[in-house]
Design a protein around this ligand. Structure first.
Ligand SMILES: O=P(O)(O)O[C@H]1O[C@H](CO)[C@@H](O)[C@H]1O
Length: 292
């Protein structure tokens, strides 16, 4: 059964129509800016910006470092849309609301979703300021039935039982690693597994040890639901984590993390992220179906 909190296909269509009435050309690529990474949106030329509060059915951004704007524009001759700020479950939103923009992007005609996030390192060799290309994820809330696909399945979006085995696009991952090498940052660019937890607290030492044993290289409080919904509706997905801190896995470790330091690392690395995403967008071929 749908709850009051669940947004329907028709709500999505309404939002899409509202946007189509106001933009020049529908986007092919959508980019979600993680905590402190909103400057990515400034790479778009001829920007057309909407506050989330203007857009029908869009929730509001409540987290510092997520300014709450949707920016349409051009990057490397590709029509793009950037979310300056995402929605998190810990803000109190249903998963349907958290992932609503992804379905809007799909109905707008987007082919590729690029998700970025700030994340803590669980892997010995990752340092704050490093990048992790997401190879795969562990959706902790999803495995405990807090999954955005829970409830009646609307086949217009996708199948009841989607497979996630090849979710993070292999070609985009390879290209991103090549770009990192070309721009001289291979040493700080890794490929690994992102684990989503519910937040908003940062992990306890015992939780961090548990996640590391499960095979997670980095941990954050977002991304997995967006990616599940993107895969469900057939989008190509690329994911990039900026490692903003180490997560303490021993009681003696003096690792303290707070949201301001997460945002600060985002600011310091914004240029690098912009370069990598811009070069990756340049490499993407968009195959538009011929008009009927
Ligand atoms: O995942 P993004 O939105 O980048 O944000 C990350 O940073 C915040 C914690 O500082 C959490 O919201 C965590 O998920």
């Amino acid at each position: 059964m749908l709850s009051k909190e669940d947004l329907r296909y028709e709500d999505c269509e309404e939002t899409v129509q509202w946007l189509l009435d106001r933009i020049q050309s529908p986007p092919d690529i959508a980019i979600i800016c993680g905590s402190g990474l909103g400057l990515l949106a400034e790479t778009l030329s001829n920007p057309k910006t909407f506050d989330y509060s203007q857009i029908p059915h869009f929730p509001a951004s409540t987290v510092v470092g997520h300014s709450g704007q949707l920016v349409f524009g051009t990057l490397q001759d590709k029509s793009c849309v950037c979310m300056k700020g995402r929605f998190h479950v810990y803000e109190g939103y249903s998963l349907s609301k958290v992932t609503f923009p992804i379905r809007v992007f799909k109905l707008l005609g987007v082919k590729v979703l690029m998700v970025t996030n700030a994340a803590g390192s669980l892997c010995e060799k990752y340092r704050p300021g490093d990048l992790m290309i997401i190879r795969d994820h562990i959706n902790m809330p999803g495995m405990a039935a807090l999954n955005p696909l829970r409830g009646p399945n609307d086949e217009r979006f996708g199948p009841r039982f989607p497979s996630l085995w090849d979710t993070y696009d292999r070609d985009l991952r390879v290209t991103a690693l090549e770009i990192a090498r070309k721009i001289g940052h291979a040493d700080l660019t890794h490929e690994g597994v992102y684990c989503m937890v519910g937040g908003p607290n940062f992990e306890s030492v015992a939780e961090a040890r548990f996640l590391q044993k499960l095979g997670a290289d980095a941990v954050g409080m977002s991304t997995a639901p967006e990616v599940v919904v993107a895969k469900h509706c057939g989008l190509r997905v690329f994911g990039l984590s900026l490692i903003t801190n180490r997560v303490a896995q021993a009681y003696e470790m003096q690792e303290s993390v707070n949201h301001s330091s997460v945002l600060e690392v985002g600011k310091q690395r914004s240029q690098l992220l912009q370069t990598l995403i811009t070069d990756l967008v340049r490499s993407i071929q968009i195959n538009r179906e011929p008009a009927a």
